[in-house]
Design a protein around this ligand. Structure first.
Ligand code: CUA
Length: 177
């Protein structure tokens, strides 16, 4: 806090000190670098998922999922259908208290369009062990283009507290040849 008024009344017309000018240029250039880093990292960082999001009615989402399940179920596991949709197709995963439905079986190195939505409260799709996290909201669907690269069994856990059974909300995605 200034107690006395500045000695130069029109201080804003004083020439800028050289070091201050240098710092201003450095800060500006750094801002420009960080801006382009964001774009670069989005494309090459292999970290940010580009999702499309749409408003959706939970009933119609569940209906589309059921159609896929009916068509491509290959076996059952603990009363859950295991669905093996053809590569390139639309794949649905329903989040609901307290399950990821159905179980999926995908082929390695094939692309799929994965639709994610909730039919009740907010959940969070967390793919293990790769640690991909996507918030899943009722009324909205995320659509991601995914290409599994690792064979084996992948767990899907819920990363958003959704009720008493939250910790039991575990799904599975099998990746096979
Ligand atoms: Cu679903 Cu926590």
């Amino acid at each position: 806090m200034a107690i006395a008024p500045p000695s130069e009344r029109v201080w804003w017309n004083e020439p800028i000190a050289r070091t201050e000018l240098v710092w201003m240029i450095v800060a500006f250039l750094w801002g420009v670098i960080m801006f382009f880093t964001m774009i670069f990292w989005h494309i090459y960082g292999e970290q940010n998922l580009a999702t499309e999001s749409y408003r959706v009615n939970p009933e119609s989402f569940a209906q589309r999922a059921d159609e896929m399940i009916e068509q491509y179920t290959v076996r059952e596991e603990d009363g859950f259908p295991v669905v093996r949709p053809p590569p390139g197709s639309e794949v649905y995963l329903i989040a609901r208290a307290f399950q990821w439905y159905p179980l999926l079986e995908l082929q390695k190195d094939k692309a799929y369009r994965l639709h994610l939505s909730s039919v009740d409260v907010q959940h969070d799709f967390s793919l293990q062990p790769v640690n991909i996290n996507i918030s899943v909201h009722p009324g909205y669907e995320h659509v991601l283009t995914i290409t599994p690269t690792t064979l084996g069994e992948h767990g899907v856990v819920c990363n958003e507290y959704c009720g008493l059974g939250h910790h039991m909300m575990i799904g599975k995605i099998y990746v096979t040849e």
